[in-house]
Design a binder for this molecule. Structure first.
Ligand SMILES: Cc1cc2nc3c(=O)[nH]c(=O)nc-3n(C[C@H](O)[C@H](O)[C@H](O)COP(=O)(O)OP(=O)(O)OC[C@H]3O[C@@H](n4cnc5c(N)ncnc54)[C@H](O)[C@@H]3O)c2cc1C
Length: 471
């Protein structure tokens, strides 16, 4: 049984680290982006360095007080906050003050950063050296690299560069008893035993607090080209992706599926966002190529348009002719979540499927959902990674609350279908508290048992993000 982070415990903490360690309680730490959970906490602390994190965790372990590591608070599965009915008041440990770049090694393509640096600041730091940190999410101005690592975040460039796990060479982390794991490796090759960095990546704060990371940077593509091409259907989009890979020699940086419903949502709720077509096409893809200076990305995109049109895959398209047009295209894609929020979703599903199952799954899911209720589906996302955001909305003019009774049934239907097609109920957002039941339902029992054994070994008092991932 855990103890609350009560006034007596907070007094111990401040006698050790001073009052300045505390942050005022605010909705910043106690609300999540979709406002589905209201969190509670005994206190919020913001340590200044790894040593302070270590002292805090040692004290929490001694007093058996739960700790929730907190990054930018943009997580979408409730991993960064706990409601009052989920357990006694925890301590929220925010990494916001640990936000510096420790070092950069341009010739090695390596950057070492503290966990509280925002993703956007890391991208800027790499750009200052004419290098690229390719992780890119719509939440990049707020989310922190510690949170990205803890959730193994994906985003729009996974197709080419991999997810956060693939971009990390090593981590520094504090374990539940206060011990510090020093593993800020700059090595590409290091086969010296278990890969502990990869145990912490994706562990959503349940095994320790990531305090710093060494990141793998890439060369910046000299030239970038972007287009939105309308496609016959998702099957055509997947065929087009293969052609894009052939044409560019695998230099496709992004390949994002956009549905007509998504474009209409943006048109209706965010009229300031530029629309590339007078009428929203039923399906389109945002394609981005990043190529060396000797190649012309616009010419390659034209090739793709012509090849795709001749094969009956592409029906229309716009190729950006300037940085401003590229920005407009990305703005359309990146505002889909904001438009979804304004429309009000009945349910959101971050699913992944084997690539060859996707084209069949998309219409099948819609047909099955329609048997439950006359709802709309906005299916969009990282098609090239097999990752779809399959979100369900009320019919036009109606409120999501009127369909609340169908939410669970629709979610069960989608996750059962995904499971039957060899997919995952969480492609990139993680498990957190909102999907821990799904892990029990769909996860391999041996995998779950191993996860519990690892948790027991590294966090024997159960203080690290209690109730997240393993409920
Ligand atoms: C508009 C929008 C768009 C998004 N797009 C994407 C997308 O394309 N791809 C994607 O993958 N996600 C996306 N997300 C989800 C979210 O941004 C990511 O999950 C992100 O990685 C969370 O980072 P954060 O710093 O906000 O973490 P938080 O929300 O603060 O925390 C998330 C989890 O990580 C743990 N944690 C945080 N910091 C640490 C640390 N230092 N050590 C240990 N554990 C820690 C927390 O306890 C929690 O369990 C999006 C979210 C929004 C709001």
């Amino acid at each position: 049984m855990l103890n609350p982070a009560d006034p007596e415990f907070i007094a111990h903490l401040t006698s050790l680290l001073g009052d300045d360690i505390l942050r005022p309680a605010s909705e910043l730490y106690l609300e999540e982006p979709r406002k589905r959970i209201t969190g509670h906490a005994g206190a919020i602390v913001a340590p200044r360095d790894t040593n302070e994190v270590s002292q805090i965790l040692a004290l929490c372990s001694e007093h058996q007080v739960g700790v929730i590591p907190f990054g930018g608070g943009t997580g979408l599965v409730g991993g960064q906050l706990m409601s009052a009915d989920q357990g006694v008041a925890p301590l929220i440990l925010s990494l916001e003050r640990m936000n510096k770049m420790r070092d950069i090694f341009p010739t090695e393509n390596v950057m070492i950063v503290e966990a509280g640096m925002t993703l956007a600041a890391i991208q800027d730091g790499a750009a200052d050296e004419d290098l690229l940190f390719p992780l890119s999410l719509a939440s990049e101005g707020t989310c922190q690299i510690g949170g990205n690592l803890a959730t193994n975040a994906g985003g729009v460039n996974v197709l080419r560069y991999g997810n956060t796990r693939d971009l990390c060479l090593g981590v520094e982390a504090v374990l539940s008893d206060g011990r510090v794991l020093n593993n800020l490796s700059r090595l590409r090759k290091d086969n010296t035993g278990y890969d502990l960095k990869n145990l912490l990546i994706g562990s959503e704060g349940t095994l320790g607090v990531i305090t710093a990371a060494s990141l793998r940077l890439s060369a910046r593509p000299a030239r970038v080209g972007t287009a939105i091409l309308t496609v016959r259907d998702p099957a055509a989009a997947l065929e087009l992706l293969s052609k894009a890979r052939e044409i560019t020699g695998d230099a496709v940086s992004a390949f994002e599926l956009i549905s007509g419903t998504g474009m209409e949502f943006v048109r209706d709720t965010l009229p300031g966002i530029h629309q590339p077509f007078a009428q929203s096409p039923e399906w389109s893809v945002l394609v981005e190529f990043g190529v060396p200076a000797a190649l012309n990305p616009e010419t390659l995109l034209e090739d793709l348009f012509v090849t795709g049109s001749e094969a009956g895959l592409v029906t229309d398209g716009v190729i950006a002719q300037s940085l401003a047009q590229r920005t407009e295209m990305w703005s359309l894609r990146e505002h889909i979540p904001a438009a979804n929020k304004k429309i009000g979703a009945i349910g959101s599903h971050d699913i992944s499927l084997p690539l060859s199952e996707m084209a069949r799954f998309i219409p099948l899911g819609m047909a099955e959902i329609a048997k439950i209720a006359p709802v709309r589906v906005n299916c969009f996302g990282h098609l090239g990674d097999g990752n779809l955001h399959y979100n369900v909305f009320p019919p036009a003019g109606q409120k999501a609350s009127a369909f609340a009774d169908y939410k669970d049934e629709i979610e069960r239907l989608i996750h059962d279908l995904v499971h039957a097609h060899g997919g995952s109920f969480s492609a990139e957002h993680g498990v957190g508290r909102l999907k821990s039941g799904e892990l029990t339902r769909y996860g391999d029992p041996t995998k779950r048992a191993m996860m519990q054994q690892i948790k027991q070994a590294l966090d024997p008092r159960g203080i690290m993000n209690p109730g997240a991932v393993l409920d």
